[in-house]
Write a protein that binds this ligand. Structure first.
Ligand SMILES: [Zn+2]
Length: 394
């Protein structure tokens, strides 16, 4: 892990445990190793070891995406069974009024990497490639050609289609606890997206939505570079519900999960506070999760931490004698935690070493929302983290 991962994990941990304690949420650990060839051996063990060291605990056993391929395959098959309009008018599908003219929700894409590069507008900051729609047009205009290519066994990926520009359901909105109301035009800003690659690997975008739904995730905290992915994931989540996949697993469209014959409502500490999609009434649930996207962190030279140097890895910091409370304290400070000091004349505008439990007393998303600009890591940040002598910060 690097300091940016700790920052995001701490944000999720604090969000789950914040509140009056009567309805504290759970933190779920998922190892996103769906791309097995690229996964580093034992990375999961290092991550869990770092989390233990940091005192960031989680509930239950970790879930490994590499063991869930059959579930993603099931999801793909369910999505193949419906059309775009089945998703945009979810009422219609339950009434059985789906039309044969409806464009398939999922279609094969035969484009090579080179085709995609040639046909696509320059990438935006979050590396989102908006697909030009070559194979969508091919299917609309020459369905027989598509059929024969599939029969020939031509190499292809599978894309999920989004609604056409200006059509019903083409705009996705959700409320973000840090960046406020979000509105995305799916065809213009997201486009049809690969959910299974031509090498057979399921994409991050499909796998996380399937897992979030089935794991009952109702509170998502992560970097703001994933805001646009969240819009796409709202669409995929809707599609998994409209296709009947979610119902197969007992997940009702009102956010309930059937469990041991009983129905339990999946709501977190944010239920009823209006954090979810305002168009759906607001309560956070597995089908309508709350979102909080965090400012990103740059290293002192202005480079995104994702492209960091290994000196910022937790392993290197541990080897250099840095204490977990220093790492947590600094990340909490980046998350806007400013503890009032009741004992000392500490400068509370400076980072203070603390545990995650201590940070919990002073954490609120309002502070991040008040200043949601990207963070810059100080060059010698570990030296800046103070510790009150009696150890109490809250
Ligand atoms: Zn294509």
């Amino acid at each position: 892990m690097h300091i940016g991962n700790v920052y995001a994990m701490l944000g999720a941990w604090l969000s789950a445990h914040a509140g009056d304690g009567s309805e504290s949420g759970k933190v779920l650990l998922r190892i996103e190793d769906v791309d097995e060839p690229r996964s580093v051996k034992d990375a999961d063990k290092w991550i869990m070891d770092d989390l233990h060291w940091l005192g960031l605990d989680w509930d239950g056993e970790p879930v490994y995406q590499s063991q869930r391929t059959e579930i993603y395959e099931e999801a793909l098959q369910a999505l193949k069974s419906v059309g775009v309009e089945d998703v945009t008018s979810a009422d219609a599908v339950s009434k059985g009024s789906s039309t044969s003219a409806d464009f398939p929700l999922v279609y094969p894409c035969f484009c090579s990497r080179a085709d995609l590069r040639a046909a696509t507008a320059p990438q935006e900051g979050d590396r989102f490639l908006i697909y030009s729609g070559t194979c969508r047009r091919l299917l609309a205009e020459c369905p027989n050609e598509v059929r024969s290519r599939l029969e020939e066994g031509r190499r292809h990926s599978w894309r999920i289609a989004v609604p056409e520009e200006g059509s019903q359901g083409s705009i996705v909105t959700f409320d973000d606890r840090v960046f406020g109301h979000q509105r995305f035009d799916l065809p213009l800003q997201v486009g049809d997206t690969v959910i299974r690659r031509s090498d057979g690997i399921f994409s991050y975008q499909l796998a996380v939505v399937v897992d979030d739904l089935l794991m009952g995730v109702n509170d998502i905290v992560r970097g703001r570079d994933l805001l646009r992915s969240s819009a796409l994931q709202v669409w995929i989540r809707r599609a998994l519900i409209a296709s009947g996949f979610a119902a197969e697993y007992g997940i009702g469209i009102d956010g309930t999960i059937a469990e041991n014959g009983k129905t339990r409502t999946v709501r977190g500490e944010n239920a009823g506070r209006g954090f979810g999609d305002s168009s759906d009434g607001g309560a956070a649930s597995a089908v309508n999760p709350a979102h909080a996207h965090l400012p990103l962190i740059d290293d002192p030279s202005g480079i995104r931490l994702a492209k960091r140097k290994h000196s910022l890895d937790i392993g290197a910091l541990r080897a250099n004698g840095v204490k977990p409370e220093q790492v947590i304290g600094y990340c909490a400070w980046l998350l806007g935690v400013r503890p009032p000091d009741r004992v000392h004349d500490l400068d509370t505008s400076a980072p203070i070493a603390m545990s995650a439990r201590e940070a919990l007393h002073c954490f609120t998303f309002d502070d991040i929302r008040a200043d949601n600009s990207d963070r810059i890591l100080a060059p010698n940040w570990t030296d800046e983290v103070d510790r009150p002598e009696n150890g109490s910060v809250a």
